[in-house]
Structure formats: C-alpha cells, structure tokens
Design a protein around this ligand. Structure first.
Ligand code: ATP
Length: 351
C-alpha cells in the first residue's frame, strides 16, 4: 500500500535517515522502534509530508506522493502531546477540522456518532477537556484524527505521556480501533515491549539505518545482528565476546561448534537470553558453574546476576521455591538451540 524507496534525510549535511526502503501492506500495523535519535520521528514527518525528503520516493499505491502536502495525503497524525482546545467540548474538538473545512454536517454527523462509540466517548461529548482523564483526552485526540477517515494513521509515541495504567488502557483502545478500522498504521516508539505487543511487523532503526524488519516473534527468535539482539527482548539478551579455537567457541569449560563457513573466526559474540537459562538443568543441557552476585525482583520473576568462568550473565527465575541468594553457587544450564552467535566485526547473525 505504502512504499518508501531509498528515502533519505539530511539535516545540515548530516544524515538522519539513510537510503531507507520499506513496504507497508494494506491494513498492517507497523511499529518503528529504536533508541533516541535513530530517526523515527524524522521518518514519520517525511511520511506525513511535514518535512521534505533529501532523496528517494514515497508511493501510496500507484501514486507518487513524495512532494504532496500533508493535506493532499490525507493521513492522520497522533502525537504524544495531544493538543485539545480547552474551551471546546469533546464534540467540538472532534469535529473542529471538518467545521473549518466547511464540510456538510450531514456527512460527518454519522461518523462522529460511530467514532465516539468506538472510543467510548459517547457520554463525554459535552464535557470540556479539563474534566477528562489523561486516557480520555488521548482518546479524544484519536477520535479527532480518525473521524476524517484517513488513508493512513501515523502515531508518534502516543502513550509516552501517560502513566502505566492509562498506557494499557489507551494501548487497548488503539488495538481495538485497528481491529475495527483496519487502516494501515505506522506507529513510533522507543519502547521495544510496546513494539512487541502491538506490531504486525516491527522495523528496528538505529543511526538512521534499518536494522531488521519482521514479525515480533521472528525478531525475537532470529535477530539479524548484535544491535537487534540486544534491543529486542526484556530483560536484554546476554552478549559476551568469546574466544574461538579450531572451529569451536569456548563457553567456560564448554565448547560449541561454529558454523563451518565461520570456522576460522578467532572471536565471536555469544548470545543467550536470560529466560533461556535455568538453575535446574536437565540431562540434555549445556552447563556452567555460577555464583550469584545480586538478585532483583521483577514482579512474577527474579532476575539473577551471576558470575561464570565465561563472564557475567543474567537469568530469570520464576518466583517459586527457594530463590538463590547472593553468594550461592549454582549450576546453570541452557539448550544449544537457544544460543545466538554474531560475527565479531560485522556483528551479523552467524546461525
Ligand atoms: P527520539 O526518540 O529521541 O524522539 P528519534 O528516533 O525520533 O528520537 P529523530 O527526531 O528522528 O530521532 O532525529 C534523528 C536525528 O536527526 C537526530 O540526530 C536529530 O538530532 C536529528 N534531527 C532531527 N530533526 C532535526 C532538525 N529539525 N534539524 C536538525 N537535526 C535534526
């Protein structure tokens, strides 16, 4: 539906986005995720038409929209700072744009009713924004955006100013809305957990470059490189730079075979997710001795920081039975199937 071809953006000669190509399918919910400054908002602004591309093209179906104005594009933007008009009622906030454009009331009245119902705002239409909760205000901002029947939604961290409970509430509203409308959406966040839970597909950006595009499960199971491995998943993957000899990587006393094409490597990045390590290993597991350095309660799980002959690791432990304490010695185990290996220099996934 939407195609970006080699899109780039420079600010004062400095690249903020480099040759980015991406396709967004009809009805898809795509999440752009990456650390601060990676170019997420820049990309969203280019899509909205608020900034001009420095190079490349943007296509909407068969139409080249690269130089179209925001208005011609008819995309809806939802930002973190949902500026509502304080002196207008919820109803007037939602319909403001249509009144300005002098659209026929008969044409938007039914849409207002439908959108208000969808976002559970029916009973609030006569209230002023000051008398709404943060989540309700954000839903009004969403209603204002969708009542125009846009071709695409662009959302820039719409949850970031909300507290944890409201964040869940508004996130659920966004997902329910998407289920009903099936309008293609590009959603920006720096929070990988949010990305994992909402996205049909995730685009991981870093330093203005696309690192990987794929379904959340795929990014979790098969990160393309060291950056994605460390960024996707919480708590973050353990990553250790380990020596290799004779086609094997050494993990403490253990050795693990490198893929034949990489048998001459002298070092690799070894990755293991905290949730893939256990302190009660079965007979098939690879094992490592460990000493507990610190333990952290994280709700349902504990996160244990341990030292091993191979380096420091962290693993998660269900809150059940006797939880190891600082100073305890353990045998940790993991399955060879859960190991990730990355090239020491290119940082690409080797497996
Ligand atoms: P954050 O999560 O912090 O909002 P982001 O991923 O959205 O970050 P962008 O705002 O897209 O990042 O910025 C990408 C890069 O472009 C940054 O290095 C930023 O400093 C730079 N940049 C963004 N807008 C401008 C501008 N108007 N003028 C100059 N540089 C800019």
């Amino acid at each position: 539906m939407l195609r970006l071809q080699n899109v780039s953006k420079q600010f004062d000669g400095k690249p903020a986005l480099s040759a980015l190509s991406l396709e967004i399918r009809d009805g898809e919910f795509v999440v752009l995720v990456g650390p601060s400054g990676c170019g997420k908002s820049t990309l969203l602004r280019l899509l909205a038409g608020l900034d001009e591309v420095s190079g490349g093209e943007i296509w909407l179906r068969e139409e080249n929209i690269t130089t179209m104005t925001p208005r011609e594009r008819n995309f809806a933007m939802i930002f973190q700072n949902y500026a509502l008009f304080p002196h207008l009622s919820v109803r007037d906030n939602i319909t403001f744009g249509m009144k300005i454009r002098k659209e026929d009331k008969a044409s938007w009245q039914p849409r207002l009713a439908q959108v208000a119902q969808m976002l559970q705002l029916d009973d609030l239409l006569d209230r002023k924004p000051a008398k709404l909760s943060g989540g309700q205000r954000q839903r009004v901002a969403m209603a204002r955006a969708i009542v125009r029947n846009p071709r695409l939604f662009l959302m820039d961290e719409p949850l970031s100013n909300l507290d944890a409970r409201l964040r869940t509430e508004v996130r659920d509203s966004i997902m329910a809305l998407h289920q009903q409308l099936k309008t293609s959406t590009v959603y920006v966040t720096h929070d990988q957990t949010e990305a994992m839970s909402m996205a049909d597909r995730i685009v991981v950006l870093n330093g203005g470059h696309v690192q990987q595009v794929g379904r959340p499960e795929h990014l979790y199971a098969r990160p393309a490189n060291l950056f994605v491995a460390g960024f996707i998943g919480s708590p973050a993957m353990n990553l250790l730079r380990l020596p290799c000899a004779e086609g094997q990587v050494r993990v403490g006393e253990l050795t693990y075979p490198l893929p034949p094409a990489w048998a001459t490597q002298r070092e690799v990045w070894f990755g293991l997710r905290p949730e893939h390590i256990t302190d009660s290993p079965g007979p098939q597991a690879l094992t490592l001795p460990a000493t507990v350095i610190q333990r952290e309660l994280m709700g349902a799980d504990y996160l244990l920081h341990v030292s091993t002959p191979t380096g420091a690791l962290r693993y998660t432990r269900r809150h059940r039975g006797a939880i190891p304490e600082k100073g305890d010695t353990l045998t940790l185990g993991f399955s060879p199937a859960d190991i990730h290996l990355f090239h020491a220099e290119t940082q690409h996934n080797l497996l």
